[in-house]
Structure formats: structure tokens, C-alpha cells
Design a protein around this ligand. Structure first.
Ligand code: FRU
Length: 491
């Protein structure tokens, strides 16, 4: 068959033509969007041949989810991305129902290994099956292994599902062995993460169940990630159908959980669990190491629960979050935007010791492409109990960050952002000022808002359906406080 008649060849030709018609101005500045059509999870995030590679769940032909391909983009700074041709299409018996999420690993012989979930459509005698497949390539073209699927239901002990078995994260152990963790749904324990190992990427063995939900953290665990950072082992999962926790720490539905603890090569003993992102639009994050040793994480900045009703304004739909550097501070997973963003700062404004009592706005503080840090100085006997910051504001629209300082609560509320939809718009977290200071760093890239609180122990990511002409920022307090504001246009 000629290349342009294969599913991958057709996708590559289609995306090239379709993308040429999409104006760059319709896209956010530093959030990766699909070349054309639909995007969900980040896949195969890695540093290979001098560049970052990001693959993604992709349906080029429409702005809704469809038979999954892998889209592909590369970047030197994690912020400016160059589209590459689609990397995988559902075109073999092992993945005819879709090439679902997975990861990439540069091999010592120079090839790039992709490990992904192949979906086999339902057939006589079985429902749709999910199993793990490999492909080897040079960063542009990939050849699927004839042995696919290489991790199938035959390797699963009793009780695990052949239908909910996906999203392998591959890594090399210190002993040189290839390992991978994948999500599964156990008949009793529900969401679970399974560990496999292999010498060559083709022949795999089941090692153990790393951790399971036991009903507490959702019914199916998707998109695991496992790494060590700052002396702590971190297991990240994206649970489906999670119940909200009574203490308000975890919200209901699709979420992200970071388990911090110890991985002994077989099992994972969690010391604590926290949401990766407390926002409304964040799921399925994936991480890689930068050449200078930073652990960098990117998530899908949408929400399965609300995505179908979202207005399609462009010939593309879906985006990635900002790349964030992950660290552990005081036993907590913290995130901050990668420093590369500072190379894009323009029109710097710094206001120090600004007194606030009542409402205020500042002519030089506004915009829809901004990186703004507001530090509140609150002393204990201050009469100020409430602080508010509004952004993407005009006469009709705004999104607000409301801090009940006396109660140690922060509310992110996009109810008035301009949305016409009756969907969740509010998230609430607990935060306390440290040594009389509370830092709020907001990165706004058109309709993508990401708020980093304190040292980044909380991040709130949300899309705001607000006209781009609404670019006001204003502040309000019910008593005296002082603030420092540092604002940069991103350009
Ligand atoms: C998570 C997910 C994965 C799956 C992919 C399919 O968002 O459901 O579990 O591999 O999306 O597109």
C-alpha cells in the first residue's frame, strides 16, 4: 500500500492541509494545542535528540474524541512547539480500535521506544480489549512490533481486567531493566497500578500490584507516573469516578492524585496523598527529566466531565497545561512554572508595598497574556479578613480569586467568566499565609488560567470562556493590607 493510502499517511496529509488553515492567533501563546482536530492526554513526553518531544492523544479529523492517533510536537524550551507529523495511527490488528495513551523512552542504541495501549475492537467472543504495544523509531517514523500486543491479558493474575488495562509509563531501573506501570481495574480493589519488567521491551513479566484504590480513590486509575524526586518516591494516578473526600481535599469525578511514599521495587507504600491540581481543568499528567535534572510535568488542561459541552470555536480543540517543575518541599509535592517562561517576560512592572483597603486597580496591571505574582502581607492582628483579585474583567465578565484570610480558605470562582454553562465553576482550597505572607502567581494565556499558590503546594488550572477584550485586573480588601505586585506580559 502506498504511504498516503495508509491510515497514518492519510492522517499526515490531512493534518498538514488542515493546519495550514488554522491561524496561529486562534491558539494560546504557550499552551500546546493539537495541530488540528482533537487532543487529549500528553503521551511520550521525553527529551530525545536535543529536543523535548510531546506526543498526544489525537483525532485529527474532528474536534471531538475519535479513533485515537498519536499527534506529535517538538520544542527546545517547552513553550514554543513545532508540529511534527502524526506518529501513530490505528492500523494494526493489535490497535485497530485506537492507539491509546503511553510513553516514550530513548534507548542506548539511539532509537526511541514507544509503549502505548492498543485497543482491539470487540469481536466474536470478546469485548473491546486493551493491551500494551511497542513501536520503535527515530523520532519521526515508528515501526510497530510484530509481537504486539506485548503486555496482554495473558500476563494478568486473576481479578484484573483485560478491558480496563491501559496507559503504560515506561522507565529504566537503576539495574538497567525496563519497567513499566499501567492502570487497571481490579474486580474488588478497583483502580490499581500494575508493575511489569522486561530486558528488551518485547518480552514482559508481571511483577506486582503497586497500589490499589480500595474504593477510596476512584473506580479506575488512568495514566500512572512513577518517579523519585528530592528523596521521595511519587506515584501519580488519574482516577475516574472518585467520590469527594469529606475534608474537601479531593473533589468528585475525574481527578489527579499524587501518592508520596516509598517504592521498594515491588510495592509502593504511601505516606500521604494530595491532589496534583485543585483546579477545574487538569487531568492525566505525564513527566520527564530535563537534561539539567528537573522533573517536568505537563497535564491535559481539560475535564472529561465537561468537555463534550464545551463550545468549539476553532478547528482545534484541547490543550496542554504549562510545563511545571516538580519538587518536594516540607513533605509536599510543589509545582512551579518552568523557568523558561521568564525568557518571555515583557513590559515588567513591579509595585512594592502597595497599601490596599477597599477597591483598587492599576493602569499598568492588566492583560490576557500575563505572568503576575501578588504577595499579600497579612499580619495576625490585621483587620483585613477578605481579599479578592479579579482578572479577565470587563463590565460583564470576571474570574475571581477570593481569600478568606481569617479562615485560611481560597476560592477560585469562574461563575462570571462569561460561561453559558451550568457546570462546576468553583474550587475551594485551604491555605494559610506563611510568616505573614501569601503568594499568588497567576499565569494567564488568553483563556488558560493557572494559579500557583504559596510555594506551589496548590495549583488551580481552569479554562475561562471569556472574550479576549476583557483584560482588566482589580483588587479588593475589607481592611488594610499591603501587597507587592510583579507583572510581566508574556510575549
Ligand atoms: C485518559 C484516557 C486514557 C486513555 C485515553 C484515551 O484521559 O481515558 O486512559 O488511554 O484517555 O484517549
Amino acid at each position: 500500500m502506498l504511504m498516503n493510502q495508509t491510515p497514518l499517511g492519510m492522517a499526515r496529509e490531512y493534518e498538514r492541509k488542515a493546519a495550514a488553515e488554522i491561524p496561529a492567533s486562534s491558539r494560546p501563546l504557550i499552551h500546546l494545542t493539537p495541530m488540528t482536530g482533537w487532543m487529549n492526554d500528553p503521551n511520550g513526553f521525553c527529551f530525545y535528540k536535543g529536543e523535548y518531544h510531546m506526543f498526544y492523544q489525537y483525532y485529527p479529523y474532528n474536534t471531538v474524541w475519535g479513533p485515537m492517533h498519536w499527534g506529535h510536537a517538538t520544542s527546545r524550551d517547552l513553550l514554543h512547539w513545532t508540529y511534527q507529523s502524526a506518529a501513530l495511527a490505528p492500523d494494526s490488528s493489535a490497535d485497530a480500535g485506537g492507539c491509546f495513551s503511553g510513553t516514550a523512552l530513548p534507548l542506548e542504541d539511539g532509537r526511541l521506544l514507544l509503549l502505548y495501549t492498543g485497543v482491539q475492537p470487540a469481536a466474536t467472543g470478546h469485548r473491546e480489549l486493551q493491551a500494551q504495544c511497542v513501536a520503535f523509531g527515530d523520532g519521526v517514523d515508528f515501526v510497530k512490533a510484530e509481537q504486539n500486543p506485548v503486555i496482554g491479558a495473558d500476563l494478568l493474575p486473576e481479578g484484573y481486567s483485560a478491558f480496563d488495562f491501559r496507559d503504560p509509563k515506561v522507565f529504566r531501573g537503576e539495574d538497567g531493566m525496563l519497567r513499566c506501570v499501567a492502570g487497571n481495574r481490579h474486580a474488588q480493589r478497583q483502580g490499581s497500578i500494575l508493575l511489569f519488567e522486561s530486558e528488551d521491551g518485547l518480552r514482559w513479566r508481571f511483577v506486582s500490584e503497586l497500589l490499589a484504590s480500595d474504593g477510596e480513590y476512584g473506580r479506575m486509575w488512568e495514566c500512572p507516573d512513577l518517579y523519585r524526586v528530592d528523596g521521595e518516591d511519587v506515584l501519580i494516578v488519574s482516577p475516574q469516578e472518585m467520590q469527594a473526600s469529606a475534608d474537601g481535599k479531593f473533589h468528585a469525578g475525574y481527578g489527579t492524585v499524587a501518592f508520596l511514599g516509598a517504592f521498594d521495587g515491588k510495592t509502593f507504600s504511601p505516606r500521604t496523598a494530595q491532589p496534583v491540581d485543585d483546579g477545574l481543568d487538569f487531568y492525566a499528567p505525564q513527566s520527564t527529566l530535563s537534561p539539567d535534572g528537573r522533573r517536568i510535568m505537563i497535564g491535559w488542561m481539560e475535564n472529561w466531565e465537561t468537555v463534550n459541552g464545551a463550545v468549539r470555536r476553532h478547528k482545534w480543540f484541547g490543550r496542554m497545561s504549562l510545563p511545571r517543575e516538580v519538587t518536594i518541599q516540607n513533605g509536599t509535592l510543589c509545582q512551579r512554572p518552568v523557568w523558561e517562561i521568564e525568557t518571555m517576560w515583557q513590559d515588567d512592572v513591579r509595585l512594592s508595598g502597595v497599601p490596599l483597603c477597599g477597591e483598587a486597580s492599576f493602569p499598568e496591571i492588566s492583560g490576557r497574556s500575563l505572568d503576575m505574582t501578588v504577595t499579600l502581607h497579612v499580619n495576625e492582628d490585621s483587620a483585613c479578613r477578605r481579599f479578592e483579585m479579579r482578572f479577565a474583567q470587563d463590565e460583564r465578565c470576571f474570574t475571581v480569586i477570593r481569600c478568606a484570610l481569617s479562615r485560611g480558605e481560597l476560592v477560585f470562582d469562574r461563575t462570571n467568566c462569561g460561561s453559558h454553562r451550568d457546570i462546576p465553576h468553583v474550587r475551594r482550597i485551604h491555605v494559610q499565609p506563611t510568616a505573614g505572607q501569601l503568594t499568588l502567581r497567576l499565569i494567564l494565556d488568553k483563556d488558560c488560567a493557572e494559579l500557583f499558590v504559596g510555594n506551589g503546594e496548590h495549583v488551580i488550572s481552569a479554562l475561562i470562556d471569556t472574550p479576549l477584550s476583557a483584560h482588566g485586573v482589580s483588587f479588593c480588601s475589607d481592611g488594610p493590607l499591603t501587597m507587592d505586585i510583579e507583572k510581566h506580559r508574556i510575549g
